[in-house]
Write a protein that binds this ligand. Structure first.
Ligand code: HQG
Length: 181
């Protein structure tokens, strides 16, 4: 399967399954799931040719594992990054002592003053290693990597969750837990 088609389809599915399910004429349930048949039918109606084989390829080969099927493979959801209100049902868990956040210099004054805020998404996204955070920051320009004292945050009562593809989620990071890498 053509890698470009996979990336294009992944982008469209991210839009539908994170931000705008109406784009494919579907809804998501409270946990963010959509029936695969409805999704494929909705994509067809909106002029996107996505068949089950292509969908399987995207879920299996997406570079960041952005999507997952339910165990019976009849439903699909995005693993993180939603702006529509869903509760992914992830349990709080113990983070590694240090996590990383990739950003760019122009955001640093605001981040230093108010900490990391989730923006349009539900949570701030943190990476388990500086390399991944560098890639996240590089989407916006020359990357700046901040370290997050996740161990101390958790000890102070902040709840962390992790998605099946290794993205750490936290509602916010106050400035006291942040340092330049
Ligand atoms: C910044 C991609 C001003 C923050 C990536 C970031 C990731 C602040 C931007 C995932 C701020 C939000 C998430 C504050 C944070 N003042 N700016 N107080 N606090 N920011 O896209 O972390 O391809 O919502 O530094 O790989 O960049 O979509 O978050 O630059 O995993 O799967 O505000 O998105 O994954 O931007 O990226 P985003 P993010 P996908």
């Amino acid at each position: 399967m053509d890698q470009k088609e996979i990336v294009r389809t992944s982008k469209f599915l991210s839009l539908v399954l994170r931000h705008d399910p109406a784009r494919a004429g579907i809804g998501l349930d409270a946990r963010g799931w959509a029936p695969v048949d409805d999704l494929l039918a909705g994509c067809r109606r909106s002029g996107r040719r996505i068949n089950r084989d292509l969908l399987d390829e995207v879920v299996a080969r997406d570079g960041k594992g952005r999507f997952e099927f339910s165990p019976d493979r009849t439903r699909i959801r995005a693993r993180q990054g939603h702006s529509v209100p869903v509760d992914l049902g992830l349990e709080p868990c113990v983070p590694p002592p240090t996590l990383y956040h990739g950003t760019v210099a122009r955001f640093l004054p605001a981040i230093t003053a108010e900490g990391l805020r989730p923006g349009k998404r539900h949570d701030v996204h943190l990476s388990p290693d500086a390399e991944t955070a560098t890639r996240v920051g590089a989407r916006r320009g020359r990357p700046v990597v901040l370290t997050v004292d996740a161990g101390r945050m958790r000890a102070d009562g902040h709840e962390f969750r992790v998605t099946a593809n290794g993205v750490w989620l936290v509602p916010a990071v106050p400035p006291a837990y942040l340092d330049p890498d």
